[in-house]
Design a protein around this ligand. Structure first.
Ligand code: NAD
Length: 285
């Protein structure tokens, strides 16, 4: 793996949630290549173990920890394992998050005849079950809040720490079809500012990155047709992205390393940095 530049994270311990996934596994590897000891956290032990092996084969240090980001007891248990092994937590990346097809409408807009002409398979906003909507909201918002409580407390004890949340373009302007993912990421951005302010006096920085569009498991159904071609939505995204392409996980690494390094970004807290090929700057006209 190539990283764009190196920052010095030697002797620092980083916890990356969702690190078994496509974007955050790259972040975990990049931190390890800069000298951090990385706790690869995921709800899937298999995915976490795979990434630990990859980090070790790159010459880095890593351990797998398994928890659901919504289960405080499991997170505390994992934190105790990390503290027992490495004695500190300096960096937390709150990467676990995502949408659910069960909280996604099939149409972009509600038209005058949407209800009267409803066809089999149509899912309107009014059909979305509360429990599915709550699942998405919980995962994105509380999946960021609860690990921040558990690992943030250690950072406050050490009077030093760094939390990086993963927001989204949806936080600035919501995308059609995915109301709760949009609201959830807006909440993540808002919480980032809140926590940055709350923890500033104790030397803990809190920032977010807002990735544009990257093809991963969670958006595959929205971006690809059954035959593998781009969906109409994917083509729309590319049209709305001045650089006219999807991002690749490597595109996020420079921002993560910058925010992770106190030397590089020691006076930066409370920001939400777009990494989006210009998407958030473009009105579409
Ligand atoms: N893919 C994109 O275009 C895009 C854009 C903006 C933001 N994001 C955000 O980036 C982050 C990573 O996304 P990705 O595309 O790499 O997703 P991914 O699906 O590849 O990875 C997500 C990982 O999180 C883990 N996970 C899910 N729920 C969990 C839970 N409750 N507890 C613990 N682990 C859990 C999964 O096992 C998986 O390994 C997410 O927060 C996502 O919302 C993605």
């Amino acid at each position: 793996m190539n990283i764009p530049f190196k920052v010095d994270l030697k002797d620092q311990v980083a916890v990356v949630t969702g690190a078994g996934g496509i974007l955050c596994s790259e972040m975990a590897k990049a931190l390890a290549l800069c000298g951090a000891k990385v706790a690869v956290a995921d709800r899937s032990l298999e995915s976490a173990n795979t990434i630990v092996k990859q980090i070790e084969s790159l010459g880095g240090q890593a351990m797998a920890v398994v928890f659901d980001v919504l289960n405080k007891e499991e997170i505390i248990k994992a934190k105790d394992e990390i503290m027992a092994k490495w004695g500190r937590v300096d960096i937390l990346i709150n990467g676990a998050g995502g949408n659910s097809p069960l909280a996604t409408t099939t149409m972009e807009n509600c038209m005058p005849d949407t209800l009267s002409n409803k066809k089999e398979g149509d899912i309107t906003f009014f059909d979305l079950p509360f429990e599915n909507m709550r699942w998405v909201m919980d995962l994105n918002l509380f999946g960021t809040v609860i690990p921040s409580q558990v690992f943030g407390e250690e950072m406050v004890k050490a009077q030093k720490g760094n939390i990086i949340n993963i927001s989204s373009m949806n936080a600035f302007i919501p995308l059609t079809k995915i109301p709760m993912y949009s609201a959830g990421k807006a909440a993540v951005s808002n919480f980032t500012q809140w926590l940055a302010t709350h923890l500033a006096p104790v030397g803990v920085r809190v920032n977010a990155i807002a990735p544009g569009f990257f093809e991963t498991h969670q958006n595959a159904k929205l971006l690809r047709n059954d035959d593998g071609s781009y969906s109409a939505r994917a083509n729309k995204i590319i049209l709305g992205t001045p650089m006219a392409k999807f991002g690749v996980p490597q595109d996020l690494i420079g921002a993560i390393l910058y925010l992770a390094s106190d030397e590089a970004s020691g006076f930066v807290s409370g920001i939400n940095m777009p990494i989006d090929g210009g998407y958030s700057a473009y009105s579409g006209v």
